[in-house]
Design a protein around this ligand. Structure first.
Ligand code: HEC
Ligand code: HEC
Length: 482
């Protein structure tokens, strides 16, 4: 019967429409709650953008903001001391919601990720009571990145990391809607825990490997094991966070190379590889962030020495620099590799990278759809770069592994350099040029650097060590002007 049939058809149509509507709503809700992106910011200056703006790490590698916020309160015993994340020595400007180098962006829900600034922002203070000055693109010599990894790992392994406890703690700081509570309970918390547990950190916990400590990481092994998923090879190459200002000084066409061992041709490649380490999966605007960073870092001048300089003494020091240092640090050799057999510093960083790893990194970048000149697999990687010395006053502790606390110590024969000292305190020592590396505060906020341990050696680079005390003084004064 036509009437009944058409009624039936109407009914089927309505039903289908309802199903479609429900699916649509569900899809919209899922998109809204998990993928909707809100731009972060606004950022009033380039420096602020460098220190806090997202480069896209929240999507694939972000931590839910509320979980990030409550973890230090729930698990203070997994941090090196009181004070929450600040106990990890990460720079934290007063009045800021998050430390330097930490971003907050809504991708469905608020998430936290990192930027370059967590390792590449320096802090110093003139007196113990002064508020620290933060210098973007300076070496993050106070940041304990290994401590941060260990903290997340230990939290995720603790049975108290569960929806009941976390939601209880989150309730103290915010009112999540009922729907959000359900999402946190059944999706966000379990997935976060799983993601944190999936990463193996065993490779950085071997007994024959000293702690990275403040201001360093095992950079090439991080790349090999986290990004490239290569097999452990037993090497250990702890390396100091370098300054990354004034990148336009590098001229690849003149044979200059980047990274401590000259493993990379140019700044764009280094930036891309560094950013891939943070974001895991490049987003649509990935290269836009790279272009901005490249422009900002290329043109950012090194910070001038902020304390008084004795100009006459510095002038006398310049002649000594020309005689003792310029043949590497202001010549055709600058920015190029000096063989390890010549400079004689610790070899472990060099041993931690290889042509095979470079090829794997290049293949990985291509797989992720990023075109770049890439890492070097056709030159011997057998030395360290004779680094440019711009802004050298703020780059303590010195050498690629941060094994010499001050410039005064670097100008002594290796046997007379401190065998043990503390890294991570930001009180500046104007006489020695470096950070205070002994005493109760240095011990409390920092970590012991024992130069006898693998990767920590302070040998080699014995240049200018024959100078008299007056000459050394003059050379140090001159180095303040660079
Ligand atoms: C977890 C710490 C960490 C983060 C995050 C990080 N870097 Fe680095 N960066 C390092 C270390 C360590 C080195 C030295 C590696 C080596 O050669 O041993 C380095 C080297 C560099 C260099 C080479 C400097 C030179 O003079 O050769 C540049 C440039 C650089 N990073 C830029 C960046 C940028 C841009 C980002 C963000 C997209 C970033 N880094 C994120 C730790 C970090
Ligand atoms: C034969 C070449 C050569 C000479 C001469 C030389 N250097 Fe170096 N310098 C290097 C190399 C190579 C490195 C990197 C070594 C490393 O990190 O293991 C370096 C590193 C440094 C660093 C560490 C920079 C940092 O950011 O940690 C300082 C400071 C330095 N040199 C100052 C001097 C001074 C001052 C003189 C003169 C008294 C001098 N150098 C003479 C080759 C040289």
């Amino acid at each position: 019967m036509p009437e009944r049939m058409s009624r039936k058809r109407n009914w089927v149509l309505s039903f289908l429409l309802l199903v479609a509507l429900l699916i649509g709503c569900g899809a919209f809700l899922a998109w809204y709650k998990f993928f909707r992106e809100q731009p972060d910011g606004p950022f009033v200056s380039n420096d602020e953008r460098f220190m806090y703006a997202s480069i896209g790490g929240e999507n694939a590698a972000g931590l839910p903001y509320w979980i990030f916020l409550v973890l230090p309160r729930m698990f203070p015993e997994y941090l090196p001391g009181p004070g929450g994340y600040a106990s990890l020595g990460i720079a934290w400007e007063e009045g800021r919601e998050l430390p330097v180098g930490f971003t907050k962006k809504v991708v469905g829900f608020p998430r936290v990720s990192n930027t370059c600034a967590v390792c590449h922002t320096a802090s110093y203070r003139a007196t113990p009571d002064a508020t620290p000055v933060f210098v973007p693109a300076g070496p993050g010599h106070t940041a304990n990145v290994q401590g941060f990894f260990r903290f997340l790992r230990d939290c995720a392994q603790d049975p108290r990391f569960n929806p009941d406890n976390l939601l209880e703690e989150i309730k103290r700081v915010t009112d999540l809607s009922l729907l959000d509570q359900l999402l946190y309970r059944f999706v966000i918390i379990p997935l976060t825990r799983k993601a944190l547990q999936q990463r193996s950190f065993d490779w950085m916990e071997r007994e024959d490997m000293a702690a990275w400590g403040h201001g360093r990481d095992d950079a090439m092994n991080l790349t090999k094991y986290f990004m490239l998923e290569m097999r452990e090879d037993g090497t250990y190459g702890p390396t100091d966070f370098p300054s990354i200002w004034n990148l336009k000084k590098y001229q690849p066409e003149r044979g200059m190379r980047m990274n401590w061992d000259g493993a990379t041709y140019n700044a764009r490649s280094v930036l891309i590889d560094s950013a891939l380490g943070i974001v895991a999966e490049p987003q649509r605007d990935f290269l836009h962030h790279i272009d901005w960073l490249l422009d900002y870092l290329s043109n950012l001048p090194p910070p001038p020495y902020p304390f008084p300089i004795d100009q006459a003494l510095a002038h006398a020091g310049e002649a000594l620099f020309t005689a003792e240092c310029a043949r590497c640090h202001r010549s055709e050799r600058t920015g190029k590799r000096v063989p390890l057999t010549e400079v004689g510093t610790d070899e472990n960083r060099i041993l931690s990278w290889s042509h095979a790893a470079a090829r794997a990194a290049n293949a990985k970048a291509l797989e992720l759809g990023v075109q770049r000149r890439g890492m070097i697999d056709d030159e011997p990687l057998n030395g360290y770069i004779a680094v440019h010395l711009d802004g050298v006053w703020l780059r303590a502790p010195y050498l690629h592994n941060g094994s010499v606390p001050t410039l005064r110590d670097l100008l002594k024969p290796a046997a007379e350099r401190p065998q043990m000292f503390y890294r991570g305190y930001d009180l500046y020592d104007q006489a020695a040029m470096g950070f205070v590396s002994a005493g109760t505060v240095a011990e409390r906020v920092g970590n012991l650097h024992d130069t006898r341990l693998r990767g920590n050696g302070n040998q080699g680079h014995e240049y200018g060590t024959g100078l008299s005390e007056e000459e050394r003084q003059a050379l140090i004064e001159y180095l303040k002007t660079l």
